[in-house]
Design a protein around this ligand. Structure first.
Ligand SMILES: NC(=O)c1ccc[n+]([C@@H]2O[C@H](COP(=O)([O-])OP(=O)(O)OC[C@H]3O[C@@H](n4cnc5c(N)ncnc54)[C@H](OP(=O)(O)O)[C@@H]3O)[C@@H](O)[C@H]2O)c1
Length: 161
């Protein structure tokens, strides 16, 4: 199973403040929605509870207190390894979709990183991990919005642009 990671990160590495994303960037969410349509998302319990679920996605929610789900699109797993070993039997691709703990645990395992950098320093307390060595930037596009941002794709072992 291939893993991709998708995140929006401020200039100073922030992805969240408490349970919230401490900015609103017009247009940036469209990237997330388009990329994750009909996909499996791997999320930490805090992210799932704060963001809720979008239709047409399946959620693998990681929690140390797993429970039965009454939603056919939501599955709880007691560990990341349990989630990965189950998902590999049902899909060939999943998106690592946050938050901080899940990004940190899986950033090394993702084949591709889709990262929007929001061009502002923002206060917060949840950070994106350092992009590990070995990832190459293979795509870059800048967008003007209420907060300008640049979308980049990083690929493990890719050819630098
Ligand atoms: N900017 C972005 O693109 C973006 C995207 C997503 C989220 N966020 C932000 O990220 C923040 C949330 O991140 P976070 O780091 O605080 O929380 P998180 O990663 O969303 O969830 C943490 C929870 O996941 C479970 N967990 C983590 N590692 C586990 C493991 N190895 N085994 C079993 N369960 C595990 C635990 O749940 P239990 O406590 O239930 O055991 C833990 O409390 C929020 O501010 C959110 O808005 C930002």
């Amino acid at each position: 199973m291939k893993l991709s990671l998708i995140a929006a990160v401020s200039e100073n590495g922030i992805i969240g403040s408490g349970l919230d994303i401490p900015w609103s960037v017009k247009g940036e969410q469209l990237l997330f929605k388009a990329m994750t349509y009909n996909q499996w998302l791997i999320v930490g319990r805090k992210t799932f509870e704060s963001m809720g679920k979008l239709p047409n996605r399946k959620y693998a929610v990681i929690t140390r207190s797993p429970r039965e789900s009454d939603d056919e699109d939501v599955f709880y797993f007691s560990s990341i390894d349990n989630a990965l070993s189950t998902l590999k039997n049902v899909t060939d691709h999943a998106f690592v979709s946050g938050g901080g703990e899940i990004y940190k645990a899986l950033v090394n395992s993702a084949d591709t990183l889709h990262i929007s950098t929001v061009h502002k320093e923002i206060d917060g307390d949840v950070f994106f991990p350092k992009i590990p060595n070995g990832y190459r930037k293979v795509f870059e596009q800048s967008f003007s919005s209420n907060l300008d941002y640049t979308y980049r794709i990083w690929q493990k072992g890719g050819q630098e642009i």
